[in-house]
Ligand binder design. Structure first.
Ligand SMILES: *Cc1c(COP(=O)(O)O)cnc(C)c1O
Length: 465
């Protein structure tokens, strides 16, 4: 065996390595090839210095192969498709709602070309980007006017600032929500220069609590939907209509942040009732805000509907420009909203609604068929069985509701469930699955049908020794 000094001398120069055919012919950006080559040589040098390999000679082809492997990682986009096998419908870390085919087509059409984003095709004059969705939103919610910004956190900040900057907003202590990503109602208010006036207690707030809080500097009555938690038991909150009555009597506007606003009643899916946007409009609330990519199942956006005077204030506020929605999102949002013009079409086309509406027996049938294919492919590498498992909606919506269903439970023979989960995340198409008692759970509710074959392949590879 040669000593390490001799081996180190044999290490190829980067130039020499780049002449290896597979690297010389690579179409990858040169800077990435060089970086991968440097890392591969450095790795080899370290191994020699650590005596962790018993080499007799340096094999340039092997280093070229290592360079290629490193390069393969470097040329992959960082943001890419992931298979969500967790069963959780709205996962902020996984990009929330997948879009319908039609919404994707709309993005494609608008993005590939120029568009009439801010051009009124009728008059040939300057138009407004809101014009593509405002009538649609009014039709779907019964509101007088509508606007849209890039997410609901932005919508809340904009609405608070436009309606109540320098003034007090009265909020129930039971509704001082924190949602993921450090969005906390008191902090958003502070950022918008709105003074928080808390009323009531954690579990109970009465109408007279709001009434007693009114003073010369009251600018807004604010209601916030407790989208990601519930206060149950000895609890009471004030209905929107009562707040509107109080607001109108005192000439103070009322705003509601619905979080994951629904356009139709979810109890038709056997789910608990959530307030719909239309109900808020009909109750007379001046301004309602909600997300585009929660239960609505569209792209990330903040939707604002309400009275014309309030929407005008929003549209004309300088923050509206800073928070404006981009054309790709707008294209997908318009198409998603159009699905809602027909209830059945919405359920059939909007992926989140389809997953939400998937009944336990439908999921079981699909899981059985998948299991048969998986068992054939995975053979003795893992034991696969079907177990009962409930999904949750996630994304700060319907926090205490379970969607009954089932999941495949894999017990790998040659690796731990944890090891398997790590390998799944490193698959060509990464897979995210849950682990329970050293079993890997795969819930098909959130797996798109077109992803099934890729998922089987990834599971087989992850369970291989
Ligand atoms: C989710 C949520 C928001 C923020 O919406 P994004 O679209 O994530 O910005 C605001 N308020 C409530 C009550 C929410 O549930």
């Amino acid at each position: 065996m040669k000593n390490s000094v001799e081996l180190l001398k044999q290490l190829p120069s980067i130039d020499r390595l780049l002449q290896c055919p597979q690297l010389a012919q690579s179409s990858a950006p040169h800077c990435l090839i060089v970086e991968a080559a440097q890392e591969a040589v450095q790795h080899c040098r370290q191994q020699i210095l650590n005596n962790s390999v018993s080499l007799t000679n340096i094999d340039i082809d092997a280093i070229a192969e290592q360079t290629q492997q490193r390069l393969n990682h470097k040329i992959q986009p960082s943001l890419r498709q992931v298979i969500n096998a967790t069963g959780t419908l709205l996962h902020t870390n996984l990009g929330r709602a997948p879009l319908s085919d039609e919404a994707l087509q709309a993005i494609d059409d608008v993005a590939r070309s120029y568009s009439n984003l801010e051009l009124d095709l009728g008059s040939g004059k300057r138009g407004h980007r809101y014009s593509h969705i405002d009538q649609l939103l009014c039709r779907l919610t019964g509101a007088e006017a509508a606007a849209v910004v890039n997410n609901n956190a932005g919508a809340v900040l904009l609405a608070l600032t436009a309606l109540a900057q320098g003034k007090e907003a009265v909020v129930s202590r039971g509704e001082l929500v924190e949602i993921g990503g450090a969005f906390r109602v008191p902090d958003v208010m502070a950022a918008g220069g709105v003074i928080l006036h808390e009323v009531g207690t954690t579990n109970k707030t009465h109408l007279h609590d709001y009434e007693n809080a009114l003073n010369n500097n009251t600018g807004l009555l604010l209601k916030i939907h407790t989208s990601n938690y519930r206060i149950v038991g000895f609890a009471q909150s004030v209905a929107a209509a009562e707040m509107v009555e109080l607001g109108q009597k005192n000439k103070i506007p009322v705003m509601e942040d619905l979080g994951s606003g629904m356009l139709f009643d979810l109890s038709e899916f056997g789910l608990p009732r959530e307030p719909t946007v239309r109900e808020g409009v009909e109750a007379g609330i001046d301004l309602l805000t909600f997300s585009g990519d929660k239960l609505l199942g569209g792209p990330q956006a903040g939707l604002i509907v309400g009275k014309k005077w309030a929407i005008d204030k929003i549209r004309n506020h300088p923050l509206a420009r800073a928070l404006r929605i981009d054309k790709l999102t707008l294209a997908a949002l318009e198409t998603t909203l159009r699905h809602y013009l027909d209830r059945q079409q919405a359920i059939d086309k909007v992926p989140v609604l389809r997953m939400l509406n998937m009944k336990a027996d439908e999921l079981e049938q699909r899981s059985q068929a998948f299991m048969a294919r998986l068992r054939t492919a995975i053979t003795e590498r893992a034991n696969v069985e079907l177990i009962a498992e409930a999904s949750c909606v996630g994304g700060g919506a319907l926090p205490i509701t379970d969607l009954p269903g089932c999941a495949l439970a894999l017990t790998p023979r040659h690796t731990s469930a944890e090891g398997c989960a790590i390998r799944l995340r490193h698959s060509t198409v990464p897979v995210v699955a849950r682990i329970q008692e050293d079993r890997l759970l795969v819930n098909l509710r959130t797996v798109l049908p077109a992803q099934e074959s890729v998922l089987i392949q990834a599971l087989v590879e992850a369970c291989s020794a």
